[in-house]
Design a protein around this ligand. Sequence first.
Ligand code: ADP
Ligand code: MG
Length: 140
Amino acid sequence: MALERTFSIIKPDATRRNLTGKVNTLLEAGGLRIVAQKRIHMSRAQAEAFYGVHKERPFFKSLCDFMTSGPVVVQVLEGENAIARNREIMGATNPANAAEGTIRKTLAESIEANSVHGSDSAENAAIEIAYFFAGTELVG
Ligand code: ADP
Ligand code: MG
């Protein structure tokens, strides 16, 4: 087992419904520690760069519209196998396919407005953390 850090976003559908605390409760109950957290309103440029890997996908414009539609909470989560563990706690991208008890099954509105983001690899976790946080903001 390895102590890892992963990057997480509580998306605008969840902040709009005042679910930040509920998401954090599920993350903490799943064994992850929030070692950095801030509420921001993403700019268009930030959203387009963050989701750049999806820029050829048909949902890219809609996704960037959604991610800039309201505040988000960006976070760094720490724990044993935090990257894979967070993906388990989040559940499948489409809440209709997500397992019982996952954040997306419990809280998400749709495949797009699916309440949370989580890094999918160690390499992307490091890139995504550095995109939103300075090293001095991570307090483990
Ligand atoms: P995940 O967030 O589970 O890693 P992806 O990286 O495939 O999923 O997609 C990034 C985000 O794009 C998703 O979380 C969701 O908000 C949105 N998305 C993915 N697929 C679709 C789709 N078919 N239609 C609309 N939005 C989508
Ligand atoms: Mg992804």
